[in-house]
Design a protein around this ligand. Structure first.
Ligand code: MSP
Length: 496
């Protein structure tokens, strides 16, 4: 059992923003969850930067740098952003790495030899912002809808083409059979409809772009940035020398904007190269901020650090992933973030922690390990049944079994919001338990302890379940409640 999860490799000329953070956080949550489940050595989580192509070359020129100097200078911005956000990636891949370039050249040489690639003239419109050729159906009033300020560039040049059209039937079969899962279901249907409307061969090289990986059999051309970039996932497993163990990926995560490349072009290239397909390609939605599209001109391109400064790393992680349902489009409302932070974190979890710790003062509790042996994985005497209601009294012992564990089910179905709602139901229930038991009125130490043990155990369980989302908080929480003597807690979440 192993788990290989990837994020898109972001264009290196961009500054890391909250949109990149969102995808990377989702992948981090899954990587952390599967490390707990399968063991750290069985999980491989990659992130990285996409460093070739016109867009990057133009940005370098603007800064008066050579492309290589420029990418070396800006790539660390992403490395630092992920470090600050506590993203536990195993490998950061840059497409300018020699081993990636070598692998791309080898794979495409084989495709060329096997007859999947041919030369033809490409004539059409190119959007530099997207680094892609536009079709009629992509354009709105003759412009790229994502880059309405730039005019698409007319291009006519000799290019090499990949016979994408000959894979339509195989792709359709793999996707409908579920061998290649495209999620959510609605996105799968969109992809299938587009395949059915006809697949055209795609250009895989550029004659006029020098900042790229040279095509081995015709060095006057470089590979089109997208077709080499998708191979980053495969290269990463080669660079760490563990392709055999980790290939294929269990999950590629991205937003819907780049699903076509991942759900159609990438699998077709793999089929041609006789490399195993990924298991799942998941496209989450796009979000707006305070109701507006994220864009430089509107000045609302927020860096991960800006929300981390305001809400702390774990606060930012929590607020972002619970802002809307994973998979749907949504809005990130920064004003609502403050209320949610105060409600769920400062007053909710934070208050329960400090109030419980204070009540535990002077008592001796069974240490975490001795309790775990007795209660298996029910995390204490207050069990939660699937609908999240308190089953403590009569239902004791019938708690959540691992086979039908809603936490696990939600996690493995990418339903992050449901996971958090499930945890917060527990938090509210533990609060209610304190309110009804009123341990502050109990003078007998043993009785007081009996009233508090379920809450202590509940919080220990919550620490485990929160770990993928809020790793520092989970660690602090474990430390706070794992021993026999529980000290007064420092404030976990300061009110804003
Ligand atoms: N370089 C390519 C990816 C190559 S992968 C082989 C690229 N880079 S990008 O920098 O433009 O990143 C696009 C991705 O950033 C989206 O697919 C998504 O993961 C993330 N997002 C950027 N803005 C976002 C939102 N407003 N909302 C959600 N996700 C966002 O495309």
């Amino acid at each position: 059992m192993k788990y290989f999860v990837t994020t898109p490799i972001y264009y290196v000329n961009d500054v890391p923003h909250i949109g990149h953070f969102y995808t990377t956080l989702a992948a981090d949550i899954l990587a952390r969850y599967y490390r707990n489940k399968l063991g750290g050595g069985n999980v491989f989580f990659t992130v990285g930067t996409d460093e070739h192509g016109t867009k990057v070359a133009e940005a370098a020129a603007k800064h008066g740098k050579s492309p290589k100097e420029y990418v070396d200078e800006v790539a660390p911005a992403f490395i630092n952003a992920w470090k600050h956000a506590n993203i536990s990636y195993d490998f950061f891949i840059r497409t300018t790495e020699p081993q990636h370039k070598k692998l791309v050249r080898e794979v495409f040489t084989n495709l060329y030899k096997d007859g999947y690639i041919y030369k033809d003239v490409y004539e059409g419109l190119y959007c530099v912002g997207c680094e892609k050729f536009l079709t009629e159906q992509d354009m709105v009033e003759g412009k790229c809808p994502l880059h309405p300020k730039e005019s698409p560039q007319k291009q006519k040049e000799d290019n090499y083409f990949f016979k994408l059209s000959s894979f339509a039937e195989t792709l359709r079969q793999k996707i409908t059979s579920g061998e290649l899962k495209i999620l959510p279901e609605s996105r799968k249907n969109e992809i299938l409809a587009r395949i059915d409307s006809g697949l055209e061969d795609v250009s895989i090289s550029r004659q006029t772009v020098s900042w790229g990986i040279p095509v081995p059999w015709d060095e006057s051309q470089t590979f089109y940035v997208w077709v080499e970039a998708v191979f980053n996932y495969y290269s990463a497993t080669h660079i760490i020398g563990n392709t055999k163990k980790f290939w294929p990926p269990q999950l590629h995560i991205m937003a819907k904007d780049i699903l076509w490349f991942h759900a159609v072009i990438w699998p077709a290239l793999l089929l041609a190269a006789n490399i195993q397909l990924p298991e799942v390609v998941f496209a989450h939605g796009f979000f707006t901020m305070n109701g507006q599209k994220i864009s430089k001109s509107l000045g609302n391109v927020l860096s991960p650090n800006e929300i981390i400064e305001k809400f702390g790393v774990d606060g930012a992680r929590y607020l972002l992933i619970s802002a809307f349902n994973f998979g749907s489009d949504g809005d990130v409302d920064l004003k609502a973030f403050v209320d949610k932070y105060n409600g769920d974190l400062a007053n909710g979890l934070g208050n329960l922690i400090s109030r419980t710790a204070k009540l535990c003062e002077g008592l001796t509790f069974p240490a975490e390990n001795s309790i775990k042996k007795n209660t298996a994985d029910t995390h204490g005497e207050i069990d939660i049944v699937a609908d999240g209601t308190d089953s403590s009294a009569e239902e004791r012992g019938k708690g959540v079994s691992t086979e039908n564990n809603p936490y696990q089910n939600y996690m493995e179905q990418y339903e992050f919001l449901s996971v958090l709602e499930y945890i917060w139901k527990k938090i509210r229930m533990l609060d209610r338990h304190l309110n009804t038991q009123q341990p502050w009125h109990i003078s007998n130490a043993e009785e007081k302890k009996a009233a508090l043990v379920p809450v202590v155990e509940g919080l220990r369980g919550i620490a485990d379940e929160l770990e993928p989302f809020m790793p520092d908080t989970a660690q602090k929480l474990r430390k706070q409640f794992s021993g026999e003597h529980i000290a007064i807690a420092n404030v976990f979440f300061k009110r804003i």
